[in-house]
Design a protein around this ligand. Sequence first.
Ligand code: HMG
Ligand code: MG
Length: 306
Amino acid sequence: MGEFVNLFEVGPRDGLQNEKEIIPTSHKIELIERLVSSGLQKIEATSFVNPKWIPQLADAVDVLTQIKRKDGVVYSALVPNLRGLERALGVGMKEIAVFMSSSESHNKSNINKSIDETFPVLREVAQAARAEGIKVRGYVSTAFGCPFEGDVPLSSVVRVTEQLLDMGAYEVSIGDTIGVGNPKQVKENFRSLIDLFGSGRLAGHFHDTRGTGLANVYAALEAGIRTFDSSIGGLGGCPYAPGASGNISTEDIVYMLHAMGMETGVDLDGLVQTGVFMESVLGRTLPSRVLQAMKKTGKEGECVNG
Ligand code: HMG
Ligand code: MG
C-alpha cells in the first residue's frame, strides 16, 4: 500500500467540543498553529453552531480571526444553518462542513430536526456557500450504529450521502460517531459506498470508543478509502451521542500508516509535541497510544519498557 493518505485533523473541533472546562482561545490558536507546523494541511478549526448547544466553541469567530493562516492549508468549520454560514463568511472561510445523521433519533438530538427537515436546510447552506466560492464538505453521522436506535441500515447512509453529494459536497465523511463499527462491517459498507459514489468522494471518520478505531481504518484502506479524519491525542466525542468518546488519534494513525510504507506528509515528532502541549493545557493524560509511547522515548518505534 505505498500510497498517500490524506488526513483531516478534527482535534480543534471534534476533539474539543466535548470538553467541559472552557479552554482559553489563545490555547486553541496555539493548538491549530502547532498542528499546521506538524505538516497537517486540513484542519477543522471550530464550529459555527449555536453556542448554547456547544459552549466550548462559542469563540469560533475569535479563533478564526486570530490564527495566522498558512498558504495552502485548508481551515474548515462546521456550519449547521444559514446563521452559521453568515458567521463563517464574516471571518473569510474558504471551506465549511455540513453535517447530519443517518439515524432519526441522533439527528434530532444533535441538530433538533428530522432527517427530511434537515435536507433543505443544508441544501440552502451548501448553495449559498458555493455561490460565495466556498467549498463544502459533508458528514454522515451514526453510519455504523446509533446510540438510540442501534443498527443503522446501509440504505439510510446511502440516502444521506447521496443528498449531501447532490447538494454540492465535494467529499462526504462517513462517521462512526459512537465507535461501534467493526472492520468487517466497515470494509463491506465502504465497498458498497465506493461502488455507488467512488472512493475519491468519501472519507472515513472513526471514533475509538471500543478499541476498533485503527482496525476500522485498515478495513477502509483495504476497501479503497484514502482520506481519514483524526484528532490529536485521540481527543473528542459528541455531546449529543451518549457514550461517544475520542476520535482515532492523529499520532496513532500516522504511526500506523508510516510503518506500512504509506505517506501522510506529517511529522510524527511534531504531532507528539503537540499532544504533549494539549496534555499540559487539559491537565490530563490523553488516550493516544503512540503519544504515550513516544513522549517517554522521543523516538518512533522504540519502547521505553523494552
Ligand atoms: P435550534 O435551537 O433548533 O435553532 O438549534 P433555532 O434555529 O431554533 O435558533 C435558536 C436560537 O439559536 C436563535 O437565537 C438563533 O439565532 C440561534 P434567538 O433568536 O433565540 O436569540 N442560532 C445560532 N446562533 C449562532 N450560530 C448558529 C445558530 N443557529 C441558531 N449557527 C442548531 C439548531 C442546528 C443550530 C443546533 O441544534 C446546533 O447548533 N446543533 C449543533 C450540535 C453540535 O455541534 N454537535 C456536535 C457536532 S456533530 C458531531 O460531532 C459528529 C461528527 O463529528 C461526525 C461523527 O462523529 O459522526 C461531525
Ligand atoms: Mg465525530
